[in-house]
Design a protein around this ligand. Structure first.
Ligand code: ADP
Ligand code: MG
Length: 238
């Protein structure tokens, strides 16, 4: 077990009023080393809060969290620095760690190649498409070699074809690096394409958990795939 939430509640105190805003309540789950887990659910009901708690960006109000030693997050926007080259954007995290120059070069290039960005290393983010920029964000997150990769709706701004390509990239990374991946999505199909286990978050808590036993690569047209989607959709909209 690399991540564990035990009865975790998170509330925010709103300054202007004497009231609390609930972000998460009584959430418990475990994630195993090397697992690929998707967190799905409607907007505004706690998904991103879970990733922020895993990363240590925020602390729980109640309950306990076992966190991995290191995590890295890739965001929906890619969150790149426009004035830096693609190489420098990827190398940024490593440069902050006093890593020797030749290791920074090697490690950054490893993930740049893995994310098919070799021809863009001297370009700026504005020269790239949305899908390419998202691949830079993921390469940067991976370059520091974190125990866990967190992805917060990384493909929601992309067209379906680009999204499908990035699904293949993420599955390849998962296979090649053996990393634990926790990804937030609001799309049931996306979660069923990628995850070994899907955690459904509704109204700030765990509504259900679905193991997905289908072999990879998964085909959306397959009967078993559609069966999984239908089963989860029923709970999602209940
Ligand atoms: P999701 O990612 O599922 O869309 P979030 O986890 O971002 O949802 O947010 C869940 C709820 O927590 C939101 O509806 C909001 O009311 C509350 N929340 C999140 N962050 C804050 C914050 N910094 N201050 C106040 N309330 C917050
Ligand atoms: Mg969110």
């Amino acid at each position: 077990m690399i991540i564990e939430f035990k009865d975790v509640t998170k509330t925010f105190q709103l300054e202007e009023k004497a009231r609390f805003d609930v972000a998460l309540q009584h959430v418990s789950f475990e994630i195993e080393q090397g697992e690929f887990v998707c967190i799905i659910g409607p907007s505004g009901e706690g998904k991103s809060t879970i990733l922020k708690l895993i990363s240590g960006l925020i602390l729980p109000t109640e309950g306990t969290i076992t966190k991995p030693a290191t995590v890295s997050m890739a965001f929906q926007s890619g969150a790149l620095f426009p004035w830096l080259s693609i190489f420098d954007n990827v190398a940024l995290g490593l440069r902050a760690t006093h890593t020797p120059q030749h290791i920074i070069q090697e490690e950054s290039m490893k993930y740049i190649d893995m994310m098919r960005l070799g021809e863009f290393i001297d370009k700026r983010p504005s020269d790239l498409s949305g899908g390419q920029r998202q691949r830079v964000g993921i390469a940067r997150a991976l370059a520091v070699n974190p125990h866990v990769l967190l992805l917060d709706e990384p493909f929601s701004a992309l067209d379906p074809k680009t999204t499908a390509e990035l699904h293949d990239d993420v599955l390849k990374i998962w296979r090649d690096t053996g990393k634990t991946i926790v990804m937030v999505s609001h799309l049931i199909e996306e979660a069923v394409s990628l995850a070994q286990r899907i955690i459904l978050i509704k109204e700030y808590t765990v509504a259900d958990t679905f193991p997905v036993a289908l072999p990879y690569p998964r085909r959306e047209q397959a009967t078993e795939f559609m069966h999984e989607v239908t089963k989860i959709r029923k709970e999602f909209f209940k």
